[in-house]
Write a protein that binds this ligand. Structure first.
Ligand code: PLP
Length: 351
């Protein structure tokens, strides 16, 4: 395992803080009468009771995720979406007004939004024209205050996976944390980096139940990392960040992996069908190869196509103002029926 000094990365105030100690933290044995947390002892005005505070560390849910992902529960953090994990990493590691993070645009917007909110500078090293990492430019951009590098793979909005060997170069050479955002990993031909956690103490992997698992409305994001990083995330998070309903429903959903696998397979097949059909249209300049559940499509006039589709009640994402995405729309793969509607509409489009 490579040498790595986590304490050197953590903000002074975070190293020195005393975490909130909840009632359920202070007493964890068997008891019948809980008069320690100022809850309403009678119940909730609902068919199901939510009058008790949730498990602050979500242990049964983490055990289930541990089985599915093949990683110990101690290496798992659960958040209110992966967005909570992203924000926590800023708050733990990046000193406002001093530290910086590195991103590879075009990529997921939340890295930059979180950086701005936390008053942390962003260094942008654009992807190459084939949407891969520019390692030489990355090395030149990193400085002593660069704490985090965000790699989104498969990348949003381009859809492609980032070369595994390039991510390994970052992991082997960068003294800060490399955050690999695998929100779309279920759709990818590439394998997850989770198995590399034992090798790289500076690796953080983000996954989510919001995409392939079909649970965007529940808000459950996962971070996988070495235990010291996870421990800091648990100290800094809100004590009860995952509500009881989400914990119970997510646990139930994780038992239904076969329907998720079926949808994932269907989505990948639909993506191939849609890609081929779009390529035969004269307004399509290029459909970029995708390892995700969406495709980036370069069109002759993306803005007009977007407005035309919106007029028919079909909403795609206009990415044409984004670096390296000129005239491109990001289209999520829908049901076969929805994809057919999209195609029929595009066939009737006249510039
Ligand atoms: C959708 C998405 C997420 C998911 O965020 P949640 O907060 O878990 O819903 C994370 N990263 C990327 C790149 C995404 O596209």
């Amino acid at each position: 395992m490579r040498e790595f000094n986590l304490l050197q990365l953590v903000r002074e105030n975070i190293k020195n803080m005393t975490p909130y100690s909840s009632a359920r933290h202070e007493y964890s044995g068997q008891a019948a009468v809980f008069l320690d947390a100022n809850e309403n002892a009678f119940g909730s005005p609902l068919p199901v009771n939510y009058n008790r505070y949730p498990d602050p560390l979500q242990l049964p849910l983490k055990e289930k995720i541990s089985q599915i992902k093949g990683v110990p529960a101690a290496n798992i953090f659960l958040g209110n979406g992966s967005d909570e994990a992203i924000d926590l990493l800023f708050r733990i590691f990046c000193e406002p007004g001093k530290d910086n993070v590195l991103i590879f645009p075009p990529t997921y917007g939340m890295y930059e939004v979180c950086a701005e909110i936390n008053n942390v500078a962003v260094k942008r090293v654009p992807l190459t024209p084939v949407y891969q990492l520019d390692l030489a430019a990355t090395e030149a951009a990193v400085d002593a205050n660069t704490k985090l590098i965000f790699v989104c793979s498969p990348n949003n909005p381009t859809g492609n996976s980032i070369e595994r060997t390039d991510i390994e170069v970052l992991l082997n050479n960068f003294d800060g944390l490399v955050v690999v955002d695998e929100a779309y990993i279920n759709y990818a031909r590439q394998k997850t980096f989770i198995q590399e956690l034992t090798e790289y103490p500076n690796l953080v992997i983000l996954q989510t139940l919001s995409k392939a698992w079909g649970l965007a409305g529940l808000r459950l994001g996962m971070a996988f990392a070495g235990q010291p990083v996870i421990d800091y995330m648990n100290r800094v998070k809100y004590p009860y960040n995952i509500n009881t309903a989400t914990q119970q429903l997510a646990l139930e959903a994780l038992g239904n992996i076969s329907s998720v696998n079926n949808w994932t397979r269907t989505t990948v097949i639909q993506k191939e069908i849609l890609t081929e059909a779009l390529q035969s249209l004269s307004i399509t300049e290029k459909v970029f190869p995708s390892d995700a559940n969406f495709i980036l499509v370069k069109m002759t006039n993306a803005r007009n196509v977007y407005a035309y589709l919106a007029g028919l009640g079909i909403i795609v994402r206009d990415r044409s103002k984004i670096i390296l995405c000129d005239d491109s729309l990001r289209i999520t793969i829908g049901t076969p029926e929805e994809n057919k509607q999209l195609l029929e509409a595009l066939k009737k489009y006249t510039a």
